[in-house]
Ligand binder design. Structure first.
Ligand SMILES: *Cc1c(COP(=O)(O)O)cnc(C)c1O
Length: 361
């Protein structure tokens, strides 16, 4: 089998070792003669997987005991509405940073639930930059301050966290979780879809400080209430069993391969290979985003013309380098370098980029 080099923005590249482990155990889970996906989610087989996935998140991200870790269906998108439903208490304001496509969706849903204040809007720079971390301020009556650590489509990433004092900080970390070290205690909640950097699609992760859970109103229906999910350790209803199994195996792979500090070193190394080429080149490749906030996960770049961009994507794909087309809303090219993308894939891509610019520059 010849595997493609996967630069997809999501669902993400998953290490071959993890895929093979899933395949080997699919019909006969750990030699038990039955598949994990055909037993009750209350069965010990699944219970062990569920608890291990949570324990690995806790260990790898250094999460203290006063936080609850959940894996729930509905993706990060359902969290866009559940967060204000649970935590935007009556009479208060939720502060949001509008940094691009994903932040905008979170804001749009929150506005349907309650009072929203957009503290920064990147509209004027076409979402190619971010505010200084110490320049943003929360409202006086702020229920929480929400931002997106990495804009997957625009290719911009916060390098420091917003400084908003005691206001609960909530962050959509869908596309850079597990790729950088951070102090979870700066946050009241981090969440995201797992399919960007943690495993196969089908769930979102939430890490929520327990004092925040006290806000969840009793008027919410059960599934929409985070405190009910936390009380039941994310087993209130049938969890996305297959996905959480994949996450567990992916996190074991992260642990075997040096944990988050090594993932972070590799993210810098991989993105550096491409940004160095862009910066040191003759201008054939160009980054449309503010260099202070360039993402280490989703690298957006432009070529001299749209025709050349289309040709680049086509020729790369013919050579097995997949999904390098930028999102339709921003155009250009995008290489996503999540944890599952090996350095060797990036080296191959850089080699191709050099050849392509030589031929077409
Ligand atoms: C992909 C993505 C989402 C949406 O995730 P779903 O799991 O598809 O709902 C939200 N935020 C960011 C930053 C993303 O990259």
């Amino acid at each position: 089998m010849s595997r493609k080099l996967n630069f997809s923005a999501g669902p993400c590249a998953i290490p071959l070792e993890v895929l093979n482990e899933m395949q080997e155990n699919m019909a006969d889970f750990q030699g038990n003669g039955i598949s994990l996906v055909e037993v009750s989610h209350r069965h010990k087989f699944y219970d062990d997987v569920h608890n291990s996935a949570i324990a690995l998140m806790k260990e790898l991200l250094n999460v203290p005991d006063n936080y609850s870790i959940l894996f729930l269906g509905g993706g990060a998108t359902l969290a866009f509405s559940m967060i204000p439903m649970n935590f935007l208490t009556a009479g208060k304001t939720a502060d949001y940073v509008n940094s691009g496509t994903w932040a905008k969706k979170a804001i749009s849903d929150a506005k349907k639930i309650g009072n929203v204040n957009v503290v920064y809007d990147g509209k004027d720079n076409k979402y190619s930059s971010l505010p200084d971390a110490s320049s943003v301020t929360a409202s006086n009556d702020s229920a929480y301050f929400h931002f997106t650590s990495n804009e997957t489509i625009g290719g911009i990433q916060w390098k420091e966290w917003p400084k908003v004092g005691d206001v609960p900080l909530i962050c959509d970390m869908s596309s850079d979780i597990m790729s950088r070290e951070f102090d979870i205690e700066k946050f009241a909640m981090v969440y995201g879809g797992v399919q960007k950097n943690l495993g196969p699609a089908g769930a979102a992760f939430m890490i929520i400080r327990n004092d925040l859970l006290e806000r969840s109103p009793d008027s919410l229906t059960a599934y929409l209430n985070y405190s009910i999910h936390a009380e039941k350790a994310a087993m209130y209803n049938t969890p996305p069993v297959f996905t959480i199994w994949g996450v567990k195996l992916f996190l074991e792979w992260v642990k075997r391969n040096g944990g988050i500090s090594e993932m972070s070193r590799l993210a810098d190394k991989k993105s550096g290979l491409i940004y160095d080429l862009i910066d040191s080149g003759d201008g054939f490749y160009r980054s449309p985003v503010d260099s202070a906030y360039r993402s280490t996960m989703n690298l957006v770049f432009r070529l001299p013309s749209e025709a050349l961009e289309a040709q680049f994507v086509k020729e790369a794909s013919a050579e097995g380098m997949m999904f390098l087309k930028g999102h339709r809303s921003v155009g250009g090219c995008r290489a996503s370098l999540y944890n599952g993308v090996p350095v060797s894939s990036v080296e191959t891509l850089v080699g191709f980029m050099k050849e392509f610019s030589k031929k077409n520059g």
